[in-house]
Each structure stands twice: as structure tokens, then as C-alpha cells.
Design a protein around this ligand. Structure first.
Ligand SMILES: C[S@@+](CC[C@H](N)C(=O)[O-])C[C@H]1O[C@@H](n2cnc3c(N)ncnc32)[C@H](O)[C@@H]1O
Length: 245
């Protein structure tokens, strides 16, 4: 790869770094007197109560899909620790590693969740050895990536999972009418100024199923964002798949 081409690849790879760092900077300015609120707002929570309720909901989803004490889990796009804090509140005992592209979020998580590992990692890969993780989860991360980037992450998640390990993640889908408002907001931004500050990607279940099969995952399952039968409603759709044993 020539120099120009590798510079272009690098610049594009960092689209989410640029947009997320800008978003976090905006939230820190807005909540100048309340650094905790700035960190919560940076990952989309509108209040402390919401941050806690959503985190507890994340843990309920993980428990429903097999989270047990003693497991090794990886929180891709861990943000400021909404799930990590909830895992600690729940009393879960296991090995947690978070990874995010924004340093201030990772630093915040590490100061709040003593004993949990978290790293700044800006490659489309998992910072863990092959066959080492019981669960990889990511909430509202593929929602900010290009579909091709999602596929590349999925390939590396497959590598890092133990046989029998699971990936659980949330995504936006136009089939869910609750998600239409996000698309409409983006549409308005594109009409008004021709671009949108952050990427909000909508995925399709048949794409996810196709990618999963292509990569080697099995037992692909989906839950509607409005489904509260096994855990609190997630709002985004949920996908779960297993690396065959
Ligand atoms: C909506 S927030 C969700 C944070 C966390 N998953 C949670 O639910 O609390 C999206 C997170 O994804 C991170 N992110 C964006 N692009 C990423 C990428 N390419 N790789 C890993 N994380 C990314 C952002 O920095 C941000 O922390």
C-alpha cells in the first residue's frame, strides 16, 4: 500500500474517533460544572437515573444470554462504564475488559470501576488473545460504524471468543418503527446541511445473519427492541450468536 493510500485508510478509519471525540467535547462543555453528567451524556444517557437503569438493563440481557460468575467478558465500545458499573453493582465476579476509542471515557471508567481493565484501542480488532473470551458484547457501537467495519469487527470477535462463547450486541433497524425518528432526524440534517455529525447506521437482520454464517457463527437470534419478555426492553434490537464449540 502506498503512502497516500495508507493515509487515506488511516483518515477514514478514524471517522468514529473524530466524531466521538467531538461529541464528548460538546457534552463536557455543556455539563462544565458536572463532570459525571458529562460522561453519562457522552454515551447517550439523559440523566443519572437513566444511566443506572440502562446499565442494569444491559446486565439483565447478559444474564439472560448466559453470563455467569468466573467468565471473561469484553465490552467493545465500553464508553464511560454504563455496563461496567452495573456489572459491579450486580455483584458479578469475573474478568472484565473494556475497550473504546475515546481516552477520556476509558479513563473515567477506570477511575470508577477499580479492578476492571479498560484500554484505548483504535483498530477494528479485539485487544484479546484468540479463544480467550466467554462473551463479547457491544451496545450501540455498530450503530456508529459502516457495515463493512461491523463485519471486520465480527471476524475478530469470532477469533477472540472461546469455542462456545457468545457475542451479544444492539443495533438500529428500520423495521422497528421506534427507530424511525433517528432516520428522520438524519434526513432533516442531510436536507438542511448535506451531512450529519455522527454516523447512525441501520442494519438488517438478513445482513447480520449472512455475515454471521460467512464468518462461522451459529445459533443467530434476534430480539425486538420492544420485547420485554425476558429482560427490560432494550429499545435497540438485539442480536446474539455463538462460536460453535
Ligand atoms: C452510544 S455509546 C455506547 C457506550 C457503551 N457501549 C454503553 O452502552 O454504555 C457508543 C460508544 O462506542 C464508541 N465507539 C465509536 N466508534 C467505535 C469504534 N470504531 N470502536 C470501538 N468503539 C467505538 C464510542 O466512543 C462510544 O463510547
Amino acid at each position: 500500500m502506498g503512502l497516500l493510500q495508507s493515509l487515506l485508510v488511516h483518515a477514514n478509519r478514524w471517522h468514529s474517533v473524530r466524531s466521538y471525540e467531538a461529541l464528548v467535547a460538546r457534552k463536557r462543555r455543556k455539563h462544565r460544572g458536572d463532570p459525571d453528567m458529562a460522561m453519562m451524556a457522552s454515551i447517550g444517557s439523559l440523566s443519572r437515573e437513566e444511566f443506572i437503569r440502562q446499565g442494569d438493563g444491559h446486565v439483565a440481557v447478559l444474564v439472560h444470554h448466559g453470563l455467569r460468575d468466573g467468565m471473561s467478558v469484553y465490552d467493545l465500545g465500553c464508553g464511560s462504564g454504563r455496563t461496567a458499573l452495573a456489572l459491579q453493582r450486580s455483584g458479578w465476579r469475573g474478568t472484565y475488559k473494556g475497550a473504546d476509542i475515546v481516552r477520556s471515557l476509558v479513563t473515567y471508567l477506570k477511575t470508577k470501576c477499580l479492578g476492571y481493565d479498560a484500554v484505548v484501542h483504535r483498530d477494528l480488532s479485539i485487544a484479546a488473545p484468540s479463544n480467550s473470551l466467554d462473551m463479547v458484547f457491544h451496545w450501540s457501537v455498530f450503530t456508529h460504524l459502516y457495515p463493512e467495519e461491523c463485519y471486520i469487527y465480527m471476524e475478530d470477535i469470532f477469533r477472540a471468543l472461546k469455542p462456545g462463547g457468545k457475542m451479544v450486541f444492539s443495533f438500529l433497524e428500520l423495521e422497528d418503527e421506534n427507530h424511525h425518528s433517528i432516520f428522520q432526524r438524519r434526513l432533516a440534517q442531510f436536507r438542511r446541511r448535506g451531512w450529519s455529525a455522527t454516523l447512525d447506521t441501520f442494519l438488517h437482520r438478513d445482513w447480520i445473519r449472512f455475515w454471521a454464517q460467512d464468518i462461522g457463527f451459529a445459533d443467530v437470534m434476534f430480539t425486538d427492541g420492544s420485547d420485554a419478555s425476558a429482560h427490560p426492553q432494550f429499545w435497540q434490537g438485539l442480536a446474539v450468536m455463538t462460536k460453535p464449540a
